[in-house]
Design a protein around this ligand. Structure first.
Ligand SMILES: *Cc1c(COP(=O)(O)O)cnc(C)c1O
Length: 360
């Protein structure tokens, strides 16, 4: 078996242990004589799988009882509509636009009400997080929206914006479970799991109960109401059953690793290996303002498109996959999610050193 080091931004690397366990259970899940893929989502066995997944996630983050955990579909992108449809009672929301995903969410919200862009870092190709300590928060804003970790640009909010008492909604797709969080600071925290948790097809939304109401925008489809899924324990219709099962395994893996504080330490260690190298390299340069650097997505360039392409090609030949930057920004990007071993980052830096020496 030849596994590469996979630096893809998403779908992305998963813990090898989890994949092996899933493989072992593929044909016969614990004596059921069938795969989890083939199992009724109304069966007792599946109920245990989804209940355990939720319990382990609650345990990892420390989610209090007044928050619901929902397993949804439609990708993170569907939340761009679902959030305003469910939350825009005054039809006003404030958006902090720090990248393509936040921008898409802001544009989508504009279909349902007044979506104010109250801060942006687009002036410098989203290479920093704007100062959010004293923003012009709208008096009647239903919520303030951020994308906490900007997957494409490699920036991360190190402190949450001052929302002046308004509900904070955060897309955490690419930093989900990468470090401890205080969920009580959020009204909604959500993310597609295919970056840091599991296979594509599952979105996890953690929502404060008072935000889950029947008072949604007129015409909101049943499937796009949080209440539909909250009332049914995420089993209103067939959920992405296999994906949730894998997420559950990743939660158990994280608990075994020591939980979110331990994984944060490991993530900091990995990121430091790469950033320390970038900071002293004569060829490669990081593209993000230092204080805003993400622990998960690390974009870098050589300054020459030709060399960038050569690097990506030769890295692939060396077993270092998917280092090409997002099509909108070019250059390179190494996504070093929870499941990327330290060794993978060390191998990458080793390769970068060699490439630098050969192409100086
Ligand atoms: C990948 C990503 C998305 C889009 O996710 P889909 O599940 O493809 O809709 C949204 N936000 C962030 C931060 C992402 O990284």
């Amino acid at each position: 078996m030849a596994r590469v080091y996979n630096f893809s931004a998403g779908p992305a690397v998963l813990p090898e242990e989890v994949l092996k366990e899933a493989a072992e259970e593929m044909m016969d899940y614990r004596g059921c004589g069938m795969s989890v893929m083939e199992m009724s989502h109304r069966s007792k066995t599946y109920q245990t799988i989804i209940d355990e997944a939720e319990a382990d996630l609650r345990d990892l983050i420390g989610i209090p009882d007044n928050y619901k955990v929902l397993f949804l579909q439609g990708g993170a992108s569907q939340q761009f509509a679902m959030i305003p449809m469910n939350l825009m009672k005054n039809k006003v929301a404030d958006y902090i636009v720090t990248g393509q995903w936040a921008k898409k969410a802001w544009q989508e919200a504009g279909k349902y009400g007044k979506a104010n862009k109250i801060a942006s870092s687009e002036d410098k190709t989203f290479s920093y997080i704007p100062d959010c300590s004293d923003l012009p928060i709208s008096e009647d804003a239903d919520y303030v929206y951020i994308c906490e970790n900007n997957t494409i640009y490699g920036t991360k909010f190190k402190t949450l914006p001052n929302t002046k008492g308004k509900t904070l909604v955060a897309d955490v797709s690419s930093c989900f479970l990468s470090e401890p969080v205080d969920i009580t600071k959020y009204g909604i925290m959500y993310g597609g799991v295919q970056k840091n948790i599991g296979p594509a097809g599952v979105v996890i939304a953690i929502i404060r109960e008072d935000l889950i109401t029947e008072d949604v925008l007129p015409g909101t489809p049943t499937m796009l109401q949080y209440k539909t899924h909250a009332d049914a324990g995420s089993l209103y219709n067939t959920p992405p059953a296999y994906g949730i099962y894998i997420c559950g395994k990743v939660f158990k893996w994280l608990k075994k690793m020591g939980g979110l504080s331990a994984i944060k330490e490991l993530n900091e260690k990995k990121a430091a290996i790469l950033y320390d190298f970038l900071d002293q390299s004569s060829l490669f340069k990081g593209t993000v303002r230092k204080e805003d650097r993400s622990l998960m997505n690390v974009p870098f360039i050589t300054g020459s498109e030709e060399l960038d392409a050569k690097f990506v090609k030769e890295a692939k030949e060396a077993g270092l996959e998917s280092l090409k930057g997002h099509r909108s920004v070019g250059g390179m990007r190494a996504s070093i999610y929870n499941a990327m071993p330290v060794e993978g980052v060390e191998k990458l830096v080793e390769f970068m050193k060699k490439f630098e020496a050969e192409n100086a």
